[in-house]
Write a protein that binds this ligand. Structure first.
Ligand code: HEM
Length: 117
């Protein structure tokens, strides 16, 4: 399940940048499709994430990891929407960077899967 989880968030990250890139390139239809597929990946991240969460003895660090994961997903969605509306998203980008670095640190420092830190 950890590999499914990693595959889901890596693909979501790629789709996020693809959706933004297509929008910048003026391909609204492509951007809309990429955004729809990205939303499907939110569901996959959530399913695999909650699966992992409930398959272990829950500890506060896992709950924190899950909460920061939810923060990253909300930033994906809010940045895509703001960018589509051609509105400024700099505060969201700062939050996105902080949340992503934090979730990678927490994920890779917790015992399941790769234990980097
Ligand atoms: C875009 C959002 C997310 C990212 C980038 C992310 C990233 C990661 C990473 C890097 C790991 C560690 C993989 C490894 O050790 O090999 C991980 C594990 C995990 N994730 Fe996520 N995750 C996200 C969303 C979520 C959500 C929404 C939940 C729960 C609802 C969740 C729950 C978990 C759990 C329980 C683990 C196992 C912790 C461990 O490594 O021991 N994640 N995730």
């Amino acid at each position: 399940m950890i590999h499914a989880h990693i595959t889901a968030w890596v693909l979501a990250l790629v789709l996020f940048f693809v959706a933004l890139g297509l929008h910048k390139g003026g391909n609204e239809k492509g951007a809309k499709i990429a955004h729809m597929v990205l939303r499907l990946f939110y569901v996959l991240i959530l399913l695999t994430g909650f699966w992992l969460l409930f398959s272990i003895t829950i500890d506060i660090m896992y709950v924190l990891k899950a909460a920061v994961g939810l923060w990253v997903i909300s930033m994906f969605e809010m940045i895509v929407i703001r960018t589509k509306k051609n509105e400024k998203a700099s505060v969201l980008w700062i939050q996105f960077t902080v949340a992503l670095l934090l979730v990678l640190y927490l994920g890779f420092s917790l015992p399941l899967g790769t234990d980097l830190f």
